[in-house]
Ligand binder design. Structure first.
Ligand code: SAH
Length: 341
């Protein structure tokens, strides 16, 4: 079976032509899938019944279904536990802002990266998500909530650049003229720092926002919490980031989880500022969120203030990420391939 939702329009056109159908049928199907968010072939009422039956023999709409849904009493953030066609599970989060609705999508079932502060890899890695399975998180949430999602952050379970081809296909599909037509500028992709992946992405020259999970000012600290830092040094990583901004002219967002006594001293801030000097970037600080299997403590408000002032005095743009969905374990690093609530 082929997941029809993972095919680009040109791919679908080729395959429909091979089935002896007219090319425009592919556009009709594509619109059913990506604009009407159809979850079955029988919804496609302008497609002949015989073709629908033929399609069912070789294609499926894998998608995902809602297994559980939690809504934050504080800020109405919604966390979904989705079930995939093979019984695997992933989580996604919908956040409501003044400017629109944002979804945080997963890109893999589990994660191989092993960052010590993050819950996503604790239950191990199972498989990559297909482009259609990433899309389906958006369409299913939109259908369920009766909203139109305006922004996407690829910050859920998994490492997007470790599932490069499917993620790229997803980006093409979600921005397609005949599909959801989202602007690349409304998409953020976060990576733990897979350097060859950053160079591949640079070549695509997309207008999305690249977020890089840095979380440390040097290799010594970074290697304690992020195994990927043993594969790529910070010098290589920041070099790739510089090349990325030179090519795309897009500002990079560095994510930095503030962990008490680990990476939050003024000296750490000074070193970070030194390394980022002159870069087209901004630093997004996140007080580390709790993960029940770990005992990291978030930095105090005073410590954060002091860290921020060191960065600002060194002319580094810095913001603190607002924590949403804290009562439903829906914050950064708390998503899993199952559920614990
Ligand atoms: N694998 C990608 C995508 C995940 S994005 C990446 O690492 O960037 C999730 C973000 O939340 C990353 O920046 C991640 O480092 C961060 N994060 C993980 N655990 C966290 C925690 N306990 N508290 C705060 N941020 C965390």
């Amino acid at each position: 079976m082929t997941d029809i939702c993972s095919l680009t329009l040109p791919e679908l056109q080729t395959q429909m032509t091979e089935l002896g159908e007219k090319k425009f049928v592919a556009s009709q199907i594509f619109k059913w899938l990506h604009q009407a968010k159809a979850v079955s072939f029988d919804e496609m009422t302008n497609i002949s019944k015989s073709l629908r039956e033929k399609l069912k023999k070789s294609y499926a709409i894998y998608g995902c279904t809602i297994e559980k849904k939690l809504v934050s009493v504080y800020d109405k953030t919604v966390k979904y536990l989705f079930r995939l066609h093979d019984g695997e599970r992933i989580e996604s989060v919908v956040m409501h802002y003044k400017y629109g609705h944002t979804i945080c999508v997963s890109s893999q079932v589990g994660c191989k990266m092993g960052c010590t502060f993050c819950a996503s890899g604790i239950a191990g890695f199972v498989r990559d998500l297909l482009p259609g399975e990433i899309l389906s998180q958006i369409y299913t949430a939109e259908r369920d909530l009766g909203i139109t999602i305006s922004h996407i952050v690829m910050m859920g379970v998994g490492e997007p650049l470790d599932n490069y081809d499917n993620v790229l296909c997803f980006l093409r599909l979600v921005t397609d003229e005949n599909g959801k037509r989202l602007s690349m500028r409304n998409i953020s992709l976060s990576t733990c720092g897979i350097v060859p992946g950053i160079y591949r992405l640079l070549e695509e020259n997309l207008q999305l926002t690249l977020s890089v999970s840095l979380h440390a000012p040097n290799d010594e600290i970074r290697r304690k919490t992020m195994p990927v830092a043993k594969r790529y040094s910070m010098e290589e990583l920041l070099g790739a980031c510089r090349d990325y901004t030179a090519r795309t002219h897009r500002r990079i967002s560095f994510e930095y989880a503030m962990i008490s006594g680990v990476n939050d001293s003024d000296e750490n801030a000074r070193e970070l500022a030194r390394r980022l000097r002159g870069m087209l970037c901004h630093v997004n600080l996140i007080p580390v969120n709790s993960v029940k299997e770990r005992d990291y403590v978030k930095s105090s408000a005073e410590r954060m203030k002091s860290f921020i002032s060191v960065l600002e005095n060194n002319h580094i743009n810095v913001t603190v990420r607002r924590t949403l969905g804290s009562d439903i374990n829906a914050s950064c690093g708390q998503l899993r391939r199952g559920e614990i609530l």
